[in-house]
Write a protein that binds this ligand. Structure first.
Ligand code: GDP
Ligand code: MN
Length: 388
């Protein structure tokens, strides 16, 4: 029996366009982008898209993070592109290294073994550091300490609808802790023992099941018909619970750092870190954040930004535009364009430039907020249950 609330728990914060305030009150929030100097072109492309669709109204600060010193070129270019304050920070060595209690040579052998098995990006030491950094450290970077909220952006992403309201304000107002645009299935061989570790942690700490955990982790679920039974075993724990591998794609995140800075999250991260899976496997921050949310948050604390058009290779989401008139003076994507006012549009987007329907529609977390993404809110069709 599925409980279906008559009022959706998680409607979009805005349907269609709003007139952004001319002098907005910003939240205690920052944009963050971890990148390398070499990825300047992709980083610029992302920031231009971000500015065009949102930040030229709001002027949020952007903190760039890198484990290496920044190039002059990077600093100069980004200072031109970003309309808010910019900061160029160096990630401290202890947040970007094999922890001292691990044996470095063993770790290197382990990376080589993972490479043999063809595990995605597992041979790259830096990739493991990155996943661990985003799992357990970014929120403690000195420059981020004054801020409560962050919006994570990566090089080479695109925003394709106008974002005419402040997502931080709405998150705060609605008691949201974690916001996402795409949820999909984790690559199984990167996380063979992650679910078991989280599950052991849950048992040791006598944590009660939240509804979110319940819907993500189910004994009765085998929602991935294209996977062999064999590959399902690691996602089953001794109590019979299994993880469906669903996770939020963390290259986009808008979230409350109070969640990550909580004793509960830190405790879980430390436990997972001690398991060694950031190096002996290739645990990703997306799955770590998602399982932590499942364990520690309630569904109502999540927000699905279904009104955002977003692209990160290889997936794109594109809402249909909301029917309606274009607001006077809101001619950000070109001059008074009408792309978004087509008669058949009955979605939630604002001046989306992408083509709805021709995109990735696998939001596997529809299970999680069951009954909450029903018409008229959802134009995301649940038609790719069986193949991401
Ligand atoms: P993918 O999306 O999982 O394929 O991973 P990416 O290559 O996009 O990396 C995720 C994020 O971490 C992006 O913001 C990258 O710019 C950043 N990143 C990854 N590796 C490194 C690294 O070695 N150094 C720095 N400074 N940033 C990195
Ligand atoms: Mn990426």
């Amino acid at each position: 029996h599925v409980h279906r609330p008559s009022v959706p728990l998680d409607p979009p914060f805005q349907v269609g366009c709003r007139e952004p305030p001319s002098n907005p009150q910003r939240e205690n929030a920052t944009i963050i982008m971890l990148t390398r100097n070499e990825d300047l072109a992709g980083a610029v492309a992302s920031m231009l898209s971000f500015e065009k669709h949102f930040n030229h109204w709001y002027h949020y600060p952007v903190i760039f993070l890198n484990e290496k010193p920044w190039s002059e070129e990077f600093v100069k270019k980004m200072t031109e592109v970003v309309s808010g304050e910019v900061k160029f920070e160096t990630v401290p060595k202890q947040m970007w290294d094999v922890p001292e209690w691990m044996n470095r040579e063993e770790v290197m052998r382990s990376l080589a073994a993972q490479k043999e098995k063809g595990i995605y990006k597992a041979e790259m030491e830096s990739y493991h550091h990155m996943c661990r950094f985003y799992s357990g450290y970014f929120y403690d970077v000195e420059a981020l300490k004054p801020y409560r909220w962050y919006w994570r952006i990566e090089p080479d992403v695109e925003f394709s609808c106008a974002i005419t309201y402040d997502p931080f304000t709405e998150m705060a107002k609605h008691g949201k802790k974690y916001g996402y645009t795409i949820a999909l299935w984790e690559v199984d061989n990167t996380v063979p023992s992650l679910f078991r570790a989280v599950s052991d942690y849950k048992r040791e700490k006598h944590l009660a099941l939240t509804d979110l955990w319940r819907s993500m982790v189910r004994a009765s679920w085998t929602p991935i018909p294209f996977r062999s039974l064999q590959s399902l075993w690691p996602w089953r724990d001794s109590s019979g619970d299994s993880w469906n591998l669903c996770h939020f794609w963390s290259n986009f995140e808008i979230a409350d750092m109070d969640f990550f800075r909580s004793r509960e999250y830190r405790d879980l991260f430390d436990y997972l870190d001690r398991e060694g899976g950031f190096y002996h496997e290739r645990w990703g921050d997306a799955s770590v954040h998602s399982l932590a949310a499942a364990l520690l948050l309630e569904p109502r604390q999540l927000h699905y930004f279904q009104d955002f058009g977003y692209f990160h290779e290889p997936w794109r989401v594109c809402p249909a535009n909301a029917k309606g008139k274009q607001l006077p003076g809101s001619s950000v994507l070109g001059s008074g364009d009408t792309i978004w006012t087509k008669e058949e549009d009955d979605g939630v987007g604002c001046r989306c430039e992408c083509q709805p329907g021709r995109n990735f529609q696998s939001i596997c977390f529809n299970h999680v907020q069951k009954g909450t993404h029903t018409k008229p809110w959802a134009n995301v069709r649940q038609n790719t249950e069986n193949g991401a």
